[in-house]
Ligand binder design. Structure first.
Ligand code: ADP
Ligand code: UDP
Length: 236
């Protein structure tokens, strides 16, 4: 597999073409942003942890019947993935109130839901990723009814698996964001990443945050939190 030109540089990853038109290489950076890009910084070693953690979970999800873009880990920061056309929705699944949910609805962080929730935002930086519902997504032709149903089913299934795998390691999965994409035959697969950048992870005993909230909220101990999360699942 040959790495070709850089196609895109995002906030956390770079994307490269390869000599196979169906495959891309993603390269994970240490750069971190929050508050719609207003807050910027670096988290040393984050790229390595996010790459390995994402691949660890994608591989396990694939074995559990959830199709993903994952092909092969190439190095500590680089992974070969299937090229998809990203469905411009950020899918957020929540088990416990936190972050924007707590703020929007006036619910204290930590309130445990009876059943998980799902919400969508329009993946559009210029608009600030506004929240939308399935009807809005259809009206804007972001996804079809069938795709939204498929994405919803996959997202809740991913939640059950991730929740279990983290629970076994003494970590509570509070919420997370997923992205999906279409392969050339238009089947929908899980894409992007699953990492402490995109999940809220709380130590089940102490409640300590092991995720990007430490960066967003200037809590310190950011690198140590990412390292601890990776250690819990045996990656370091
Ligand atoms: P952002 O674009 O939000 O700054 P990143 O820095 O993580 O995010 O950049 C990675 C980009 O690659 C994202 O826009 C993501 O939607 C996209 N992406 C993730 N997986 C794939 C894939 N398999 N095929 C094509 N694009 C992908
Ligand atoms: N999230 C993400 N990317 C985003 C927005 C949210 O990965 O652009 C993740 C975030 O890490 C958290 C979950 O989605 O695990 C829910 O985030 P929330 O809506 O509470 O937003 P925030 O408080 O980060 O603004």
């Amino acid at each position: 597999m040959e790495k070709r030109e850089q196609l895109y540089e995002g906030k956390a990853k770079k994307v490269y073409a390869t000599d196979d038109s169906g495959l891309l290489i993603v390269s994970y950076k240490d750069d971190a942003t929050a508050l719609n890009g207003l807050k910027r910084g670096t988290i040393a070693g984050k790229g390595v942890i996010n790459n390995r953690m994402s691949n660890f979970f994608m591989e396990k999800l694939e074995k559990n019947g959830i199709p993903t873009h994952f092909v092969k880990e190439l190095s500590e920061r680089e992974t070969l993935v299937k090229k998809v056309s990203i469905v411009p929705l950020e899918v957020i699944v929540r088990n416990i109130a936190a972050g924007s949910f707590s703020k929007r609805y006036g619910v204290e962080e930590g309130v445990v839901f009876d059943t998980p929730t799902i919400e969508f935002s329009y993946k559009n930086d210029a608009l600030g990723d506004p929240l939308l519902n399935a009807y809005h997504a259809k009206a804007l032709k972001l996804a079809t009814e069938e795709e939204i149903e498929q994405i919803t089913a996959y997202s809740f299934a991913v939640n059950e698996h991730l929740k279990t795998w983290w629970r076994e390691k003494g970590v509570t999965l509070v919420d997370f964001k997923l992205e999906f994409g279409r392969l050339s035959d238009s089947t929908v697969v899980l894409a992007d990443e699953i990492s402490p950048d995109t999940c809220r992870l709380w130590d089940s005993e102490t409640g300590e945050k092991l995720d990007k909230d430490r960066f967003r909220r200037d809590m310190g101990g950011v690198e140590a939190a990412y390292t601890e999360a990776a250690k819990r699942i045996g990656l370091l």
